[in-house]
Design a protein around this ligand. Structure first.
Ligand code: CDP
Length: 204
């Protein structure tokens, strides 16, 4: 059985948490596509050309996700993500993952629009920049990384602008996506809404 759940939305809106929970609940595989762009960004920070990095990405580049989940790498990721050849180099892997037998959940910025325009379920998960910055700050603090709220908010806003305004696969809700604003939702409520949506679609 092929069944694809596409989850898009801005930084720290809850895509990853919702995506992992939906995947667990239905036994689907989960891919955080942001990690691919982060891995390219990390190689750029080590002096490599972005396009070469994207073309040469290996599983080793993703072996330590926590090392990729830091602000400098996030900024570098959103810079390499504007380059069409970088996106092109990462496309086939994402599509193959989406079409795997057994079902797949992918979260990112362009899953419902470019990677899987025919996904069975499309969600656009969002929240206000202030709520997202607060969440990201708490997430970082839990890992022992202390960053000022204002710096996190500036990072979130800068990436939102770059992701929305780029010409190649800009971040936008697909026309047939269901928008889930998690600003005032608990994690449990957001997951429940997403699970209900997938369950309803699976029955049709
Ligand atoms: O975890 P967070 O939401 O902060 O970011 P991420 O999902 O790890 O993505 C990091 C950056 O990669 C984003 O700011 C985007 O510029 C880029 N990205 C993208 O362009 N397309 C995707 N499908 C996923 C990420």
């Amino acid at each position: 059985m092929r069944f694809t759940v596409a989850i898009d939305g801005p930084a720290a809106a809850g895509k990853g948490t919702i995506g992992r929970a939906v995947a667990d609940r239905f036994g689907f595989a989960h891919l955080d596509t942001g990690l691919l762009y982060r891995a390219v960004g990390a190689r750029l920070l080590r002096g490599e050309r972005a396009i070469d990095a994207a073309r040469g990405l290996t599983p080793d580049d993703l072996a330590n996700p926590d090392a990729l989940r830091i602000p400098d790498v996030a900024q570098a990721a959103s810079k390499v993500a504007v380059i069409p050849e970088v996106r092109e180099a990462l496309l086939e892997f994402q599509r193959a993952f989406a079409h795997r037998i057994g079902g797949a959940v992918l979260d990112g910025r362009d899953i419902g629009t470019v990677i899987c325009p025919r996904a069975e379920v499309k969600l656009f998960v969002t929240a206000s920049p202030e709520v997202r910055a607060q969440r990201r700050m708490e997430e970082m603090a839990a890992k022992g990384i202390d960053i000022a709220y204002d710096d996190v908010l500036a990072d979130v806003r800068a990436r939102d602008a770059r992701d929305t305004e780029r010409a190649a696969a800009p971040m936008v809700a697909a026309e047939d996506a269901v928008t889930l604003d998690t600003s005032d939702l608990s994690i449990a409520a957001a997951i429940a809404a997403a699970v209900d949506l997938v369950a309803a679609r699976r029955e049709t």
